[in-house]
Design a binder for this molecule. Structure first.
Ligand SMILES: Cc1ncc(COP(=O)(O)O)c(C=O)c1O
Length: 384
């Protein structure tokens, strides 16, 4: 797919402005469209945009205008949302790892919802944000997800029940439970086992006279990269069926989601340029070195987990290549095993575009590794 077919507006902008590379171009109208799609596919859920996916101020301001809530991970993300007009009540501090000083700061700025997954975090919240609404993150498998979240976060169902009971005793509002099925989750059925576990925890807590109000289904909704993905409506339907099964009728709590990638990824094109080409020698592969790699925004090519659609303006026959970034670090390889081919005639100075690069790129780029500056972002489109 050409950039013009992917996004005529971005293609036109790149043609007219010929920006220096590397850079990210974000079309705000696509963010608007994806947000509405998310709402339409899961009308029963309130989306809290995961700011980490694209903390671009224009994206945040647009989402505030559209009425979104926000999942924030740090002080800086809180400040960013508030500076762009978000109401503090629309923010959820969704990082299980927080310093007491940051909890107190959030509380002082009006944030009143916090996640936790262990007793120390819970006690910190009780002390630094008395009376806050708290929700406990359950451990979830990431099978089916291209970008696994591992076991850094979350606790067992039994421990969640114990901690939520303690939360009530500490004078906190025992608000709900959350989980995350892994990012770029390709299988709609992966939400159900977590919904079932949450329902069991809700019941056990009810027996302890603790009535939870909210279930947070996390993010994980996929974006279109090189491989096909199911439309978001299928995720919405599968999740709704699971909710009906495990939280029938009036039992259904307030449902929250935390989409990141599915809102901003398809709004972006990351434009790079060929810096060097090493032709095959003695059976070695052809290497193409670009001006952005792992440290310049393409961090999610780690393990070749996220495979972007890659485009060049040059036609003609292609040949398999290894793509790498511009730094003197042996891990700065973009794709080695995935079967990427680029035009045989590809030359130094040619542009190479990565499609659907609007999430987890600019915010991941290093601030100066090897002296290369962070990836600049150009926002286009009115966003209305
Ligand atoms: C707590 C939390 N919520 C939401 C997200 C967003 O996930 P995604 O971009 O897959 O929608 C993440 C991503 O890491 C996360 O850590």
């Amino acid at each position: 797919m050409t950039v013009a077919a992917f996004s005529p507006r971005i293609a036109r902008w790149l043609h007219d402005h010929d920006p220096s590379t590397p850079c990210l171009v974000l079309d705000l109208d696509v963010v608007t469209r994806r947000y509405h799609e998310q709402r339409a596919a899961l009308p029963y859920a309130t989306p809290y945009y995961a700011v980490k996916a694209s903390p671009e101020p224009a994206v945040i301001a647009l989402l505030v205008k559209l009425g979104a809530c926000f999942d924030v991970a740090s002080r800086a993300e809180i400040d960013l949302c508030l500076a762009n007009g978000a109401d503090p009540g629309s923010l959820s501090y969704g990082n299980t790892i927080k310093k007491s000083a940051d909890i107190a700061y959030a509380h002082q700025r009006g944030v009143s919802t916090f996640v936790f997954d262990n007793v120390r975090e819970l006690d910190k919240i009780a002390e630094a944000a008395p009376g806050a609404a708290v929700y406990c993150r359950l451990l979830s498998e990431s099978a089916g997800a291209r970008w696994r979240l591992g076991d850094n976060f979350g606790c067992s169902l039994e421990y969640a029940v114990e901690l939520m009971t303690r939360a009530a005793q500490l004078g906190l509002r025992p608000y709900g439970l959350s989980f995350h099925v892994g990012s770029q989750q390709l299988e709609p059925a992966r939400w159900e086992p977590n919904i079932a576990a949450a329902a069991e925890a809700f019941e056990k807590l009810r027996a302890n006279d603790v009535e939870l109000e909210m279930l947070n289904l996390g993010g994980g909704f996929p974006a279109r990269y090189a491989e096909p993905v199911l439309p978001i409506i299928q995720f919405g339907k599968a999740i709704e069926q699971a909710l009906d099964r495990w939280f029938p009728g009036a039992r259904r709590p307030r449902i929250v989601t935390e989409p990141g990638r599915s809102i901003s990824a398809e709004a972006g094109v990351l434009r790079t340029q060929v810096v060097s080409v090493r032709e095959p020698f003695e059976g070695a592969d052809r290497w193409v070195y670009l001006d952005a790699g792992r440290f310049g925004g393409l961090a999610e090519t780690e393990g070749e987990a996220i495979q972007y659609r890659v485009e060049t303006e040059r036609g003609g026959p292609t040949q398999p290549v290894i793509m790498a970034g511009p730094t003197c670090d042996s891990i700065d390889v973009i794709y080695r095993d995935a079967a990427y081919a680029l035009p045989q005639e590809l030359e130094i100075g040619d542009r190479v575009d990565f499609l659907s690069a609007g999430a987890y790129t600019a915010s991941y780029s290093s601030i100066g590794f090897n002296g290369f500056p962070p990836l600049p972002t150009h926002c286009i489109g009115g966003g209305s």
